[in-house]
Design a protein around this ligand. Structure first.
Ligand SMILES: *Cc1c(COP(=O)(O)O)cnc(C)c1O
Length: 378
């Protein structure tokens, strides 16, 4: 079945008791045993819950994996995957990554005896040289936040597979609608479902999808042991959000590309970072690896941080707020907001400057969004 159909039906049968067409919210901590020693398919909601299981099956189907897992937040999912590592292991992380993941790796995981190495995985030779005998995991994120750099997932997966190293891709920006890391050879696809997957800025959540049964079993064990799973009500909301993922992503993609093209011609704009533009250094890779570019991109106005601050504070439809991926348009300054927890030298080294503006383009009418930016740029 096609993606759009699976987004609506995978993992979801009418409820066996009353025939409810929409998966009910099983707002219960526990499930009655049939008899002593004979539990039903569900026992205790931390371990499994029918609402969450429906969401997890749907996520697995959309990413093309064998098992899906839903988490309380994106970071809960990330922390669960990182618990596959033990003291003495080495992880190679693409240096340009989500601020919260950077913080967890550098201030928590690295303190536990895991050796964390940030590297530039866009350069495959650098990547090859970073691999050590104790390298257990490669961490990728593509497109990256906020500069929309891409990583060649198939090439990275091939190098890692030769050495039997587990590969992870944070697929939050593209969603399985536009990019399917598992089909490119990556072992674990990961999401902050807070963003496009839920899409309505009313839930925080995370997801993991895996291909391999052994890895899946371990993630399931960790999810239950660490208690990082998503609550039934939140699972219900994310499952509802998924139903319109394909339509929303098309709208985000069209609006963002139209604005990026317009901004790149604007006399007061210095540079636009969007993989759909022909001047993006990895435009060809984007066409090869993705079927759409997503709804988030960034740009730098001419005139430095004062001009950027003026744009950020004078928009009226775009809301100045953290996060991305909702139906409503947001604007932000990565320097102080999404990447505020990253040291200044690390930000500058990855090209994040104080005058950089990030847009999460929503699904409003594109003419209204363009007008808003036109007025703000003055
Ligand atoms: C938001 C985000 C996360 C963290 O997810 P939360 O749901 O906020 O915990 C991880 N990776 C990326 C790319 C994100 O945008």
């Amino acid at each position: 079945m096609h993606f759009e159909t699976r987004a609506i039906h995978a993992g979801q049968e009418p409820d066996p008791v009353y025939g409810a067409v929409m998966t009910p919210i099983y707002q219960t901590t526990n499930f009655a045993f049939k008899e002593l020693g004979q539990p039903g398919p569900f026992e205790y909601t931390r371990s499994a819950n029918p609402t969450r299981s429906a969401l997890e099956s749907c996520l697995a189907s959309l990413e093309g994996g064998t098992r899906g897992f839903a988490f309380a937040t994106g970071m809960a999912g990330i922390a669960t995957v990182l618990n596959l590592l033990n003291a003495g292991d080495h992880i190679i992380v693409h240096a340009d990554l989500y601020g919260g993941t950077y913080r967890l790796l550098s201030s928590v995981i690295a303190e536990k005896g895991v050796s964390v190495e940030f590297s530039n995985l866009r350069d495959l030779d650098t990547f090859r040289q970073a691999i050590r005998p104790n390298t257990k995991m490669i961490w990728t994120e593509t497109p990256t936040n906020p500069l929309l750099h891409l990583l060649d997932l198939a090439a990275i997966a091939e190098i890692a597979q030769e050495k039997k190293i587990l590969t992870v891709c944070d697929n939050t920006f593209a969603t399985p609608c536009f990019q399917q890391p598992l089909s490119l050879g990556i072992d674990i696809a990961l999401h902050s479902t807070t963003k496009y997957i839920n899409g309505h800025s009313d839930v925080v959540g995370g997801a993991i999808v895996v291909k391999d049964a052994v890895v899946g079993k371990r993630i399931g064990f960790l999810q239950n042991s660490m208690g990082t799973a998503q609550a039934p009500f939140d699972s219900f909301l994310v499952l509802r959000g998924l139903k319109t993922l394909a339509l929303r992503m098309q709208a985000h993609n069209q609006n963002a590309l139209a604005l990026a093209e317009w901004l790149s011609e604007h006399p007061k704009v210095d540079k636009v970072f969007h993989p759909g533009l022909k001047d993006h250094p990895q435009h060809d890779l984007a066409l090869r690896q993705m079927t759409g570019f997503g709804g988030t991109f960034s740009f730098r106005p001419k005139g430095g941080k004062e001009v950027a601050a003026r744009v950020l504070s004078s928009v009226r439809i775009f809301t100045l707020a953290e996060s991305l991926g909702g139906v409503e348009s947001l604007i932000g300054q990565p320097w102080t907001m999404s990447h505020g927890s990253m040291p200044a030298d690390v930000k500058l080294a990855s090209g994040i400057t104080e005058d950089l503006i990030r847009l999460s383009v929503g699904i409003e009418h594109v003419d209204d969004l363009r007008e808003d930016l036109r007025e703000a740029l003055g």
